[in-house]
Design a protein around this ligand. Sequence first.
Ligand code: NAD
Length: 351
Amino acid sequence: MLQVGINGYGTIGKRVADAVAAQPDMAVCGVAKASPDFGAEGAVRRDYPLYAALEDRLPSFREAGFDPAGTSKELIEESDIVVDATPGGIGAENLTRYKAADTPAILQGKEDDALVETSFNARSNFEKAVDADYVRVVSCNTTGISRLVTPLEEAYGVEKVRATLVRRGGDPDQTGRGPINDILPDPVTVPSHHGPDVRTILPDLEIDTMGLKVPATLMHMHSLNIELSEEPDTDEVCELLEGESRIFVVDGDMAIDGTGKLREYARDYGRPRGDLWENCVWGDSINVEGSELYMFQAIHQESDVIPENVDAIRAMTGLASREESMALTDEALGIGLPEPRGRSKIASPAP
Ligand code: NAD
């Protein structure tokens, strides 16, 4: 059983820990946190050995009634591989510690691609991470775009992607980012940095992106125009996307009119934390005119990168091939939501 340490147990770290614990071929050997807050209590409740991020934090954990197993230094030494889910910039600092301990590690989206051997998305470039020691799982937005573009590229060829990313202002627990009531071009410079980040996964892709931030916490929304090399019909594209386990084509009959209802659906469905690991593409928005494909997709920023971290672990350690790993991860987490009943409606002739 592969022993996985999680360094940084916040929004991403706690979800990665639960996803790792659900897999048949890996186990959580411990989680490290900076402060002994409610998150630490959650880790103990799940029986994850708890470590203090740094030596000088140990007393505060003990004063709060926890019995830490040590510091992240020990966790790094005991782990076969570490998933670093610390806030942006700290992963880069930690990298020297992973290298000193000769422990392979996965960094997250905020860290620089230049730090690692490869950036990673399971559907797009799993093979690049095989046997690598230091890998970066790309951001939630880059994950969402890479997952969508890869099957389109394989099926029809992609000439150019133009994407407007309407981004949530903060995660639900990021009270420090609000309250806010505004719409910000962010970044105001065009095109935004998101396109170059997608090229860390798909280096040859022509892509321009623009970013906005809005006062929302639930999900991001992408407005996409993708110029294809061929001219498939709309129905064909719907079918292609439905065939992707990590893309959920939302049927019009479900009356899901926004991200609020999407998250409510996930909660009703029994998803842990109401998570949506899949890209959520509105079926009714998929439209091909000539070679131009249009659609809206919502991305659950807190969870779409979680299965990717699990697959990156398998790629780096040689536990499984891409197909095997993605299938195993999907099965263990329960990824894949019922596909639309309404596709027949999209296909039917206009009245
Ligand atoms: P977070 O702030 O929710 O969690 C970070 C955790 O790390 C906290 O528990 C904090 O106590 C802990 N920590 C701080 N310093 C530490 C240290 N020195 N050692 C160990 N632990 C430490 O952050 P997050 O949202 O989970 O983001 C983590 C990474 O994942 C970032 O690179 C971020 O860009 C990326 N990411 C975040 C999201 C998102 O929407 N939240 C989506 C995709 C990727």
